[in-house]
Design a protein around this ligand. Structure first.
Ligand code: A2P
Length: 321
């Protein structure tokens, strides 16, 4: 099954559906990486050809084990799209190449299809992913490293052939525009949180105007967690009613709405039945009215806020998305 794909500015095809591998909530690691190892294998067997990773998820070795079992047998390397992300503690230009090499080693790959700057704020260098002071605030890089300096180091990864494309994540509109204006290589992707309660319509317009593909993380709004104060798009009466009309699940409707507006989705699941369910979104179509109804549910409700560094001038969430 060839899944529909977005075309990046590099000409590469990025499947509209990928498996998300991050933790359920920021800073909460799974006690074992076995579920993600199994999930990646199930996803590839189910037909997924895109896996979304990040160094900070601390799962790349497990993903790498699964890839080694499947790539070369079930799927050729060129037919699977692998993303990773540069973490906040690796923004110093000297740390960018080693961080990328580490992800490549852990994933067992010799190139990444896409490497994203995970967040526009630099934290203190080192191997502690969440360096915090006694008040629980993130310890920022001193001196600060502006994201354009980090970006210039990421451009060299493209030159060296270690990554096919580079992009950003959690960048607001003006930050994305700054990289578009000043980067020698323009960002191919901006990966942001998006679901029916956080539709990001202005960002989508700006991205489309500038040939940037948007990827939505947490496209289901992290069901089962209290992050949205117990409100889940999957329990929204309007989403449920559209789902019933199409004989689909609310999760499938949330994912279909995104891909139908050209947004790549990377839902996370370690449950085989849900990995399958989330892939069955290319055999139905939402009407214009359905699309507008879902977009009208927007509440600008954000789960991932990185509040521990909200005093930093580049903290993105007081800007527009
Ligand atoms: P599980 O891993 O137990 O399947 P998001 O990607 O929006 O952050 O959401 C991730 C969460 O959503 C995971 O906890 C996952 O649980 C759950 N999930 C994934 N797919 C579905 C689905 N189709 N229906 C309900 N919950 C889902």
């Amino acid at each position: 099954m060839a899944l529909p794909a977005a075309t990046l500015r590099t000409g590469a095809r990025m499947p509209l559906l990928g498996l998300g591998t991050g933790p359920g909530s920021v800073g909460t690691w799974q006690t074992s990486t076995e579920p993600i190892y199994e999930a990646v294998k199930v996803a590839i067997d189910t037909g997924y050809r895109h896996i979304d990773n990040a160094e900070s998820y601390a799962e790349e070795q497990a993903v790498g084990r699964a890839l080694r079992e499947k790539v070369g047998s079930v799927v050729e390397r060129k037919d699977i799209f692998i993303t990773s992300k540069l973490w906040n503690t690796r923004h110093h230009p000297d740390d960018v190449l080693p961080a990328c090499q580490r992800s490549l080693t852990d994933l067992g790959l010799d190139y990444l299809d896409l490497y994203l700057m995970h967040f526009p704020v630099a934290w203190t260098r080192g191997d502690v992913y969440y360096p915090k002071d006694e008040n629980g605030r993130a310890i920022l890089a001193t001196p600060d490293v502006h994201f354009m300096d980090t970006w210039k180091a990421m451009e060299k990864l493209v030159d060296a052939g270690l990554v096919k494309a580079i992009g950003v994540s959690n960048f607001n509109i003006s930050q994305m525009e700054e990289v578009l204006t000043n980067g020698r290589i323009k960002p191919a992707v901006n990966q942001v949180e998006s679901h029916p309660y956080l539709v990001c319509s202005k960002l989508l317009k700006c991205a489309a105007d500038n040939n940037v593909v948007i990827t939505a993380f947490s496209p289901l709004g992290r069901p089962g967690e209290e992050s949205l104060h117990g409100v889940s798009p999957l329990k929204d009466p309007k989403v449920i009613s559209i789902a019933e009309k199409h004989k689909k699940t609310p999760a499938q409707v949330c994912l279909r709405w995104q891909v139908q507006r050209g947004v790549v989705v990377v839902p996370k699941s370690t449950t085989p039945a849900r990995i399958l369910e989330n892939s069955q979104i290319f055999d139905f179509e939402l009407s214009t009215e359905d699309m507008e109804t879902i977009s009208g549910l927007n509440k600008d409700a954000r789960i991932v806020k990185f509040g521990m560094c909200d005093d930093h001038p580049q903290w993105p969430f007081n800007g527009e998305f």
